[in-house]
Design a binder for this molecule. Structure first.
Ligand code: AMP
Length: 144
């Protein structure tokens, strides 16, 4: 299974982005309203300047208190996040996420942002692939 299939299996390929200079408070509101765990920080919607996850906000809240809500995202985002390609395998992505201890990866094609996959997307797609393989194997065994 490749990233392309995981992207195809998602209800929407839209990526929620915020621009450099956006406030952490505005971004926290977007995360809550859209029920997502991270946004890509992108000035054009196609570039990947950084990623801001709920974990970055919680970490900064612990460090600076509520004052961090008026910071710009640039200050606490992870710059130049690790990205993946449509042709990368689910196993490669799972390994990268596990080793890097993050749950989100922007998907890029020709250097442009075209999607975002989460650990949950990869696990869900892999489980459904395993269930199909199991059904096919059972069918073959019963068929003989
Ligand atoms: P997450 O588990 O994805 O919510 O993020 C945990 C931490 O990893 C946060 O500090 C994020 O900014 C950072 N992070 C999230 N995604 C990536 C990525 N693709 N590459 C590098 N760092 C990331």
């Amino acid at each position: 299974m490749h990233v392309q299939q995981i992207i195809n299996s998602k209800a929407t390929s839209d990526v929620i982005t915020v621009k450099l200079g956006s406030l952490v408070s505005e971004t926290a509101k977007i995360l809550a309203e859209r029920r997502i765990g991270a946004v890509v920080v992108s000035n054009e919607g196609t570039t990947v300047e950084g990623i801001l996850s709920e974990r970055d906000i919680v970490r900064e809240l612990a460090r600076s208190g509520a004052a961090c809500l008026s910071f710009v995202v640039d200050k606490i985002m992870t710059k130049n996040p690790v990205t993946c390609l449509l042709q990368n395998s689910a196993e490669q992505v799972l390994q990268t996420m596990t080793e890097g201890r993050f749950r989100h990866m922007p998907v890029v094609e020709n250097g442009k942002l075209i999607g975002l996959i989460t650990l949950g997307d990869v696990v869900k797609a892999r489980l459904s692939e395993l269930a199909m393989e199991k059904d096919a194997l059972e069918g073959m065994i019963k068929g003989f």
